[in-house]
Design a protein around this ligand. Structure first.
Ligand SMILES: Nc1ncnc2c1ncn2[C@@H]1O[C@H](COP(=O)(O)OP(=O)(O)OP(=O)(O)O)[C@@H](O)[C@H]1O
Length: 243
């Protein structure tokens, strides 16, 4: 069995006095796509927030490639190899791209600190993942469509070649035709770049098709963990309804 990239253990977390997660256990292994599903407000984003120190941890721990990172601030966790593409818009009012910069400038900004030849290599990598971005390289991010912006947001997360990529509803609000393209790209990120992925999705059926394992979170508690293939629509519906 491959090494664990992320281990969340008995995690209790929330915001201030507001408790959202209760005893959550979750693991992402090297090379896996792990899908996290659950009804609105279940705490999926909070779980990702807690991993990167953007939610308060009341108990339990978060371990990244064997190192305890519980409660570490976002910049430290990201430096240790986690990329987090937040939902947009999100509760923190944080945009996931730099609106005033062009696509190319965004990519450069996300690669500060990398050697120049590596920057070019990474930019080529994301252009081959999302060819549209090459065409749009000189457009300011604030003028991109929702789908184009989302391609850029994911690309920014990839610039430093993370060990773990956490995607929060990357296909939300996208045209159905584009949704398939995104799922294909997500699979490519794992297959070609070897990056492990924790994916929060509302589009359960498509996510389960590319996922290896899945978790279902309902009102802050894990109600299912197992093979993605074994989670059929009937089982999922019953879990969402509290069955
Ligand atoms: N920054 C925050 N401060 C305070 N409460 C928050 C914050 N973010 C989320 N919450 C609350 O935490 C609970 C869980 O929200 P969260 O966004 O984690 O759920 P979710 O499963 O990701 O939902 P959705 O599928 O609708 O995005 C909700 O009651 C929400 O109102």
């Amino acid at each position: 069995m491959s090494a664990e990239v992320l281990r969340v253990e008995k995690l209790d977390a929330g915001y201030g006095k507001f408790h959202v997660l209760f005893g959550v256990d979750l693991v992402v292994r090297q090379g896996e796509i792990v899908v996290l599903l659950g009804p609105n407000g279940a705490g999926k984003s909070t779980l990702l927030n807690a991993v990167v120190g953007m939610a308060d941890v009341f108990g339990g721990r978060v371990v990244l490639s064997g190192r305890d990172i519980t409660g570490k601030p976002p910049h430290e966790v990201m430096k240790m190899g986690v990329a987090y593409v937040m939902q947009s818009p999100n509760n923190f009012g944080t945009p996931n791209v730099f609106g005033e910069l062009t696509v190319y400038e965004n990519l450069l900004a996300a690669s500060i600190g990398l050697p120049r030849d590596e920057v070019s290599r990474r930019i080529e990598e994301v252009y081959s993942l999302f060819p549209k971005l090459r065409e749009l390289r000189d457009r300011k991010a604030k003028f991109l469509s929702g789908g184009e912006r989302q391609m850029l947001a994911i690309s920014l997360g990839l610039m430093k070649k993370p060990t773990l990529l956490m995607l929060d509803e990357p296909t939300a609000g996208l045209a159905p035709k584009l949704v398939g393209e995104f799922f294909h790209a997500i699979k490519e990120i794992r297959d070609k770049l070897g990056i492990s992925i924790l994916l929060v999705e509302q589009n359960a059926r498509k996510a389960l098709e590319i996922g290896d394992r899945a978790y279902v979170l309902v009102t802050g508690r894990i109600k299912y963990s197992g093979a993605a293939k074994e989670l059929d629509e009937e089982k999922l519906a019953s879990l969402f309804l509290g069955g």
